[in-house]
Design a binder for this molecule. Sequence first.
Ligand SMILES: Cc1cc2nc3c(=O)[nH]c(=O)nc-3n(C[C@H](O)[C@H](O)[C@H](O)COP(=O)(O)OP(=O)(O)OC[C@H]3O[C@@H](n4cnc5c(N)ncnc54)[C@H](O)[C@@H]3O)c2cc1C
Ligand code: SF4
Length: 479
Amino acid sequence: MAPRDDAWREELRQALSARDRSAIARVVMPALDPAYRITCNEEVNRGLDREQAVIEATRCLDCPDPQCITGCPVSINIPGFIKNIQRGDLHSAIAVIKATSALPAVCGRVCPQEKQCESRCIYNKMKKEPVAIGYLERFAADTARNEAATDAKAAPTQREASNGIKVAVAGSGPAGLSFAGEMARRGFDVTVFEALHEIGGVLKYGIPEFRLPNSVVDAELDSLRAMGVRFVTDTIIGKTLSLDDLLADGFKGIFVASGAGLPRFMGIPGENLIGVMSSNEYLTRINLMSAGRGGMTPVASGRRVAVIGGGNTAMDSVRTARRMGAERAMIIYRRGLDEMPARAEEVRHAIEEGVEFITLATPVEYLGDERGHVTAMKIQRMTLGEPDESGRRSPVPIEGAVDTIEVDEVIGSVGVSPNPLIPSSVEGLEVTRRGTIAVNEAMQSSLPVIFAGGDIVRGGATVILAMGDGRRAAASMSD
Ligand SMILES: Cc1cc2nc3c(=O)[nH]c(=O)nc-3n(C[C@H](O)[C@H](O)[C@H](O)COP(=O)(O)OP(=O)(O)OC[C@H]3O[C@@H](n4cnc5c(N)ncnc54)[C@H](O)[C@@H]3O)c2cc1C
Ligand code: SF4
């Protein structure tokens, strides 16, 4: 699709010299003003307009050996879609992306592009800012979605004739959704079972509205429904329904995509105090149960909030705390800013929103009052030592350097483990030492009827990897 030697692409390459194209400055994503955005939940990034997108697409050099593609976990034909944006053919642009990615409007917003495709763009070697591939992906997906919504004739995604074979999915996060879409396209009769009352997994209960609006996820769900995918909520596989129930019900294959939603704790004194909780609990209460927006589920909203960790979950929590009214919202992270695993844009947005970063520090104890409420935390100052197995320099405590900070809420984001229910409840299902489901290259488990993918196989990973697993499992199960 969109071969590089098509006449129109050759024409675009000839139209402007590489020197002129590389002289164009990278587009800046329009964003809400920080002072305003911390007062609401509106999406921070506003998206490119058509003119900005075409100019940014013009920067792309349409390289003969495009390394950006090798940086994308699902190998999207990046120059193929970008050049279609440049020539104004958005239908072809989105078709190129959808050939390998099921949720482009989501990925354009949440993928860590600076570590993936954009890190391999030739512009980096030229000491210039890479092409804004993520912004362009989002532009193509949003424009296609908006046009489909207003175009009564918009055709639903093509699917093969029904083969009548029933398959089940446990979990409705990106892995389950991409598997469901791919199987439905191949003519299978797909039912997705979800433990919670909402479909979408972390896309709904984890990542906040100000970064990924629910309407974006809902549009993707609508297109799956239009393809015949059925969703059953409030159903826990392994409890409400067992594997045997599903087999007895005529399901011929099961894809387990139950994620890694089990929060880890640090095991330090005071973790049981009131006001100390996991990001998982905090974000789920706010995003899924309307806590803080007049819903029935309460959540404490502290004035001095400390969030422990440096990943996306930590950034989402601390920025949410700021929106919930925290006067002092702090990130406590044991390494330095440069080592933070969060997307660079989230860190930048958090800084703009007045979040304080206390780096090279880790909590060692939480202190409480006579009613059991957290009031302060002791933090151990650290320095960076030798690199560990992840290649990042390890934090080492500085002897005697312990400080106390006043807090009235602490949110822990120090990692997650696989949801244990399915791995532990299905006899004969091989599980790794980390509690993840063991699968082969085809995403098939030790039980031939069960395939698995996403965080339940990888531990906490990324949306695009979960989606890629779903597609790979669908390809192997349907073979
Ligand atoms: C706050 C937060 C922010 C993140 N930010 C980013 C980001 O910016 N970029 C990025 O790429 N990644 C990000 N991630 C990671 C990413 O969201 C996950 O890697 C991805 O969602 C994993 O997809 P999944 O489909 O495997 O699982 P999940 O999205 O976790 O979905 C699993 C679903 O299965 C359901 N379930 C569990 N057990 C059962 C059962 N027994 N029966 C039925 N249903 C069950 C769960 O309720 C859940 O809905 C973030 C994660 C979090 C928590
Ligand atoms: S590496 Fe950069 S310039 Fe080259 S094709 Fe990819 S996005 Fe375009």
